[in-house]
Design a protein around this ligand. Structure first.
Ligand code: SF4
Length: 317
């Protein structure tokens, strides 16, 4: 059996930064540090950070007075930032800079007098944060039908922004529907949506084209991991989303010559390694990797964690 790895796969720059923020905060300020929501959507990552002293909470009300508080990579609504300020919680923001950029884009379009449509999934943490970062009504759409149901005249100036874990390909049909329905529509440049989402989706397409089975390493609540599995399936290849090697069903390997493996942006390499090891236990296999885009993007840490270790606990930022 051949095992082929997609490239790129796994951690993106935003996830790497968010995890480093929690680790550095633990080193700098000592345990516990409190993280609002899962720092990234991966149980393994969350459990590892928990073992080092991070405490994950759903609401700020669960955080004791004065405790170091970190906002997750998905971003938070302004009301959450305001609540932290009111409670004088020292905060560090691990929101991915590409998510923050979407917030800026939304505000810019509102200032320009446009009605803003957000293309995304209802209930996703990033979507809730983005809607809550813009002081104007934001209209969430996921499908062409949602676009048809928007209660605006055809000459309404519209601007769209998108959830970062949707690729250009994912949003294309909705954007086309917006242009068909409205005469004055603007949106960000094509390359302004997250580079990592697009690269991983392009890579899984290439992977699926040469595989009999595609395994996507990632969590079920990870939007980008789910999408990678869907793309494999759309390409007519049996595809499964798995947490790690223990989730492999040996029956999947019947009549399979090539297994393709990729990983969502929040899935660590060690989980991919566990999948390779589990496959090799089931069948003799060679491992190779596809060529792909080389990612060199890195995001700077927040100022509070770049300062020398003697720095004081930051005020709410
Ligand atoms: Fe940032 Fe993109 Fe990674 Fe999301 S997937 S954390 S937007 S780099």
């Amino acid at each position: 059996m051949q095992i082929v790895l997609a490239n790129p796969r796994g951690f993106c720059a935003g996830v790497t930064r968010a995890i480093e923020i929690v680790e550095r905060a633990l080193e700098r300020f000592g345990a516990p540090v409190y993280v609002r929501h899962e720092i990234v959507h991966n149980k393994h990552v969350v459990d590892q950070l928990r073992s080092k002293g991070a405490v994950f909470v759903d609401e700020l009300s669960e955080i004791p007075p004065g405790a170091m508080t970190i906002f997750s990579a998905h971003g938070v609504a302004r009301s959450v930032e305001e609540e932290a300020r009111e409670r004088s919680l020292p905060t560090i923001d691990a929101t991915c800079p590409l998510v923050t950029k979407v917030h800026f884009q939304g505000r810019h379009y509102v200032k320009a007098g446009r009605t803003v449509v957000l293309i995304g999934h209802p209930g996703h943490a990033e979507v809730i944060g983005t809607i809550g970062q813009i002081d104007a009504p934001i209209h969430l759409v996921s499908t062409q039908d949602d676009v048809m149901a928007l209660p605006f005249d055809a000459d309404t100036p519209i601007a769209y922004i998108t959830q970062t874990t949707l690729s250009i390909d994912d949003t294309r049909t909705v954007i086309t529907a917006l242009h068909e329905r409205f005469g004055n529509v603007v949106g960000p440049e094509v390359n302004d949506i997250c580079y990592a989402t697009q690269n991983r989706q392009t890579a899984v397409r290439e992977l699926a084209s040469i595989s009999d089975l595609v395994l996507v390493v990632g969590a079920r609540n990870s939007s980008n991991s789910m999408r990678l599995r869907e793309i494999g399936t759309e390409m007519g290849v049996e595809s499964h989303l798995i947490d790690d090697g223990s989730a492999i069903d040996p029956q999947w390997l019947e009549n399979v010559g090539t297994v393709g493996i990729t990983a969502g942006a929040s899935a660590p390499d060690e989980l991919v390694d566990s999948v390779i090891a589990a496959l090799k236990q089931l069948r003799p296999a060679t491992v190779s990797e596809l060529d792909g885009v080389k990612e060199t993007i890195q995001f700077r840490l927040p100022a509070a964690l770049r300062r020398p270790a003697t720095a004081q606990v930051p005020a709410a930022e």
